[in-house]
Design a protein around this ligand. Structure first.
Ligand code: 5GP
Length: 133
């Protein structure tokens, strides 16, 4: 089981932002900015472009809803989306609320927030997501 599967199953704690039967979203533990969120399929697949067409389409629609929720609660110009997958072999979409292009640079030093700040950020996204769904 991948580390992200364990997170989606609740075996490893995470700051949950949204979930459906098929997908799960949670805060990145080493965020580029506050609100940096990862979306994953519960099904284990490493490379996102190995997903079937209909599954990746549903995954993208889920990520869109999470991005709308992030944008509703974090001041940003737009929510940027990126797929890397070089560290964790379980497909995931990064969603990053951007104030500028530089916020999407994965070589930037990662930010640190207190558990209280992370909890609050995830709660805000969850709340906004539930109002969209
Ligand atoms: P990538 O595979 O896209 O290159 O990077 C994986 C991302 O997952 C990184 O941004 C990293 O901070 C995040 N990450 C890795 N392990 C964990 C974890 O256990 N919990 C959370 N919330 N994020 C993680």
């Amino acid at each position: 089981m991948s580390i992200f599967s364990k997170i989606a199953a609740g075996e490893i704690p995470s700051y949950k932002c949204a979930e459906t039967e098929e997908f799960y979203a949670f805060l990145d533990i080493n965020p580029l900015v506050k609100g940096h969120t990862l979306c994953i399929p519960r099904r284990e697949v490493d490379y996102i472009f190995d997903m079937e067409d209909d599954e990746i389409a549903r995954f993208q629609v889920f990520a869109k809803k999470v991005a709308c929720a992030i944008k509703a609660v974090f001041p940003c110009i737009k929510v940027g989306e990126a797929v890397l997958g070089l560290e964790v072999p379980h497909a995931h979409i990064h969603l990053v609320p951007m104030q500028s292009e530089k916020d999407m640079l994965f070589s930037n030093p990662k930010k640190q927030f207190t558990p209280e700040e992370m909890t609050e950020a995830a709660e805000k996204i969850r709340d906004a997501f539930s109002r969209l769904a």
